[in-house]
Design a protein around this ligand. Structure first.
Ligand code: ZN
Length: 72
């Protein structure tokens, strides 16, 4: 899904998949701002492809956690 003005998503409710994937990876490191988190949530509600990506991130995080727990 791409629209003209790809990276300029300010004020636009529906973000692009590329933007969504950036936000997904970024939120692994630091919490998103409220507006960003909201836009991401809206996108995930509407986009199955990015929901899959989000699931993979979640699975990865879980796997890392298990690995860490095992080491302790
Ligand atoms: Zn998407």
């Amino acid at each position: 899904m791409s629209a003209p003005g790809d990276d300029r998503d300010d004020g636009v409710v529906m973000i692009t998949c590329r933007r969504a994937s950036v936000l997904l990876s970024r939120r692994e490191d630091l919490p998103l701002g409220r507006a960003e988190a909201m836009k991401l949530r809206v996108h995930l509600a509407l986009c199955g492809m990015c929901r899959n990506v989000a699931r993979q991130w979640a699975a990865l995080r879980l796997a890392m956690q298990r690995l860490r727990d095992r080491d302790q």
